[in-house]
Design a protein around this ligand. Structure first.
Ligand code: HEC
Length: 507
């Protein structure tokens, strides 16, 4: 009898608390209204002027959004007042390009010590590391008592990484392959893996490999990690020049990288998968979209999105709603929102009342055309609304963006412009300019070889580039030729055109 009374109180209290908390909220301007089949959502800017927020977490005690910034700060946005305060700034974070303070996970159980798990890059002497730390998180939201749970090799790229605490009260850490050719397929290396740890960092007794953190393997560079209410885990992962992926994570499965890119669809890949089982992604994209943070939406609030993965993309500059099948094993539909509107999007968070927070990443290492805007970076909110009060936008069904027109410019925009930019000028010290480039304008075979095989560690006009140029051998002959001739005759270049015979002998 007593128990029932308690429950009744909860039912009265929770909606009441929620009503209070939304009522005394400072209002933010609605930028857009999003029209779904039945529901209307409002989009607002909740915080601006941020420096590459990387992960968003919900602090239910302080009713706030806790977020990391890549340079090493941890800050908190009060949902009611919209005040942003600095919680801590970590001194030993090594930040450059894609390296720095990355994923984090706030674990706030009832009546127990709360923890903040952090994943970040550090450097000592010339060595780069990825670290998983645990801090105590006080009721007031202060950090103390740092504990290094794991340290693994890092590199100038491919460091992952996200961290979650799933329904089984275990910590899952999605690590990058540190640009190594061997780590992801080596079950004794902790790179290119999903690692599973107890809350205190020890190895769980029920891990699939005795005395090992390794839970699943064969990954390149995961940038999104989330779970649903049953503890089913999903990741998003960057492919090289092709096949970005969404994976459903199962213990001890091998997801194939670097032997298999995306789907098992070439003869070579099929032969490898025949020798020992390989897991296919539940979704892959070519051309790549650069999928980043991802959150499972299980709330009733927006019925159209119930049982979806909400994904932020960087290169594609969009928020994508990936509808899951009832059993969660397939993606049945894909819708695209905000394409090119807010720039690169980094992270997504669903809070218990069904509101969705997401953030831009326009002040990072690879800003796209027209960005950053003066008030970047921004945390946005999507909230169910009763009416449209701002310009209406609608999600668009995703259409395959594989260019079917064999036109040099279309191909260049799809495969090259995210790095070398649509004007071919590249990005200072990051991507070489293709204007007056010797390899663009010189020997036919040199250029074609470079496009087919990619390039890394080359010094160009006195600059050594840290990132690599991906290999484009998956393109058809005529597509390679179109691209080559496009870059030889644009951006102020005026070199002779190449014909297909030059290519045949190079494959
Ligand atoms: C992910 C980013 C990225 C993409 C996509 C990319 N490149 Fe590159 N590219 C680079 C980097 C980084 C280098 C320098 C590599 C080095 O020096 O080791 C480079 C180098 C080059 C060079 C040599 C320039 C010189 O002056 O020597 C050419 C030519 C080139 N890229 C053309 C292309 C074309 C054409 C495409 C599209 C088919 C493309 N790239 C796609 C990153 C990229």
């Amino acid at each position: 009898m007593k128990k029932r009374n308690n429950n009744v109180w909860l039912w009265v209290l929770v909606p009441l608390l929620y009503a209070c908390s939304t009522q005394d909220e400072k209002e933010t301007t609605i930028i857009n209204s999003v029209q779904l089949e039945h529901s209307i959502l409002s989009v607002s800017k909740e915080a601006a002027g941020l420096q590459v927020p990387w992960d968003l977490q919900y602090d239910h005690i302080n009713h706030a959004i806790l977020f990391s910034e890549i340079g090493g700060s941890i800050r908190r946005l009060d949902i009611r007042t919209k005040n942003v305060i600095l919680v801590d700034s970590l001194k030993d974070v090594y930040h450059q390009r894609t390296l720095g303070l990355l994923g984090m996970s706030l674990y706030q159980p009832e009546h127990e010590q709360a923890y903040l798990y952090l994943s970040y890059t550090s450097k000592s002497d010339s060595l780069i590391f990825s670290n998983l730390y645990r801090y105590d998180y006080s009721l007031e939201g202060n950090l103390s008592n740092p504990k290094l749970l794991l340290q693994i090799p890092g590199n100038t790229g491919h460091n992952g990484s996200r961290v979650i605490v799933s329904t089984d009260k275990k910590v899952y850490w999605a690590t990058g392959d540190a640009a190594s050719d061997t780590f992801a397929q080596d079950s004794s290396s902790l790179n290119g893996k999903i690692l599973r740890l107890n809350l205190d960092g020890t190895i769980p007794a029920d891990n699939p490999i005795t005395n090992s953190y390794v839970y699943a393997w064969g990954f390149r560079n995961m940038q999104g990690l989330t779970h649903n209410a049953n503890g089913t885990i999903y990741t998003s992962e960057h492919g090289d020049a092709i096949e970005d992926e969404i994976n459903l994570i199962q213990p001890l499965k091998n997801y194939g990288w670097p032997q298999i890119e995306g789907m098992i669809d070439t003869e070579k890949e099929k032969a490898i998968a025949k020798l020992s089982a390989r897991q296919e992604p539940i979704k892959s994209w070519t051309p790549v979209v650069a999928p980043s943070g991802m959150a499972y939406y299980g709330n009733h609030n927006i019925p159209e999105w119930k049982n979806s993965l909400i994904l932020a993309t960087l290169k594609n500059q969009s928020l994508r709603i990936l509808k899951l099948s009832a059993d969660g094993k397939k993606i049945t539909d894909e819708n695209v929102l905000f394409k090119d509107q807010f720039g690169r999007l980094r992270s997504v968070l669903v809070v218990p009342n069904g509101d969705i927070y997401f953030c831009s990443s326009n002040r990072d290492w690879n800003p796209q055309k027209g960005f950053p805007k003066p008030d970047d970076d921004v945390i946005y909110r999507l909230r169910l609304s009763t009416k449209a009060t701002a310009p209406i936008i609608k999600p668009e069904a995703s259409i395959s963006v594989v260019p079917t027109v064999k036109n040099g410019q279309t191909l260049y925009d799809a495969y090259c412009a995210s790095c070398h930019k649509s004007d071919g000028k590249g990005l200072k010290n990051t991507f070489p300019s293709l204007a007056q480039s010797e390899s663009v304008n010189g020997e036919h075979k040199t250029l074609l070889k470079l496009l087919l095989n990619g390039l890394s560690g080359q010094e160009i006009k006195g600059i050594k580039y840290e990132g690599a140029m991906p290999a484009f051998s998956f393109l058809k002959d005529e597509e390679v030729i179109e691209i080559a001739n496009y870059i030889r005759t644009h951006f102020g270049n005026n070199a002779s055109t190449i014909n297909q015979q030059n290519l045949t002998s190079l494959r």
